[in-house]
Design a protein. Structure first.
Length: 127
């Protein structure tokens, strides 16, 4: 007989919520490590100055690709639906406090930063 119970649940997170998290990260929560970000219209290798349009948070949340420059590591990362799904899973598994804040719509800059780091790095690297 086990001493614990394991509970698995499924949670639906709207793209609007993802947009809100990205907006909060890009406007405050992650600005200490995100130096620049670019909206990608085409394949990542086709980045051009005229590829900017709309809000990055909406573009990223609704299936677009963002190119994020990490000024701490001087490295570039891409953010797409794949990384967002990974970040949500990692957040739910390893950062329960922030996950519950997301679920309870009590998100703040720290929640958004943890989310973005989980997406980009697969873990919290800074902070």
């Amino acid at each position: 007989m086990n001493d614990t119970f394991e509970v698995s649940t499924k949670t639906q997170i709207s793209r609007e919520t993802i947009s809100d998290l990205l907006c909060t990260a890009f406007e405050g929560g992650s600005t200490y490590w995100v130096n620049e970000l670019f909206i990608m219209k085409d394949a990542p290798d086709s980045m051009r100055p005229d590829d900017f349009s709309g809000y990055a948070s909406e573009h990223g949340a609704y299936g677009g690709i963002l190119k994020i420059f990490d000024n701490e590591a001087e490295t570039t990362y891409l953010l797409s639906d794949t990384e967002i799904q990974r970040g949500l899973n990692r957040m739910a598994e390893d950062h329960c406090h922030h996950w519950m804040d997301l679920i309870n719509e009590n998100m703040d800059a720290d929640t958004a930063d943890v989310f973005l780091q989980c997406c980009v790095f697969g873990e919290v690297v800074y902070g």
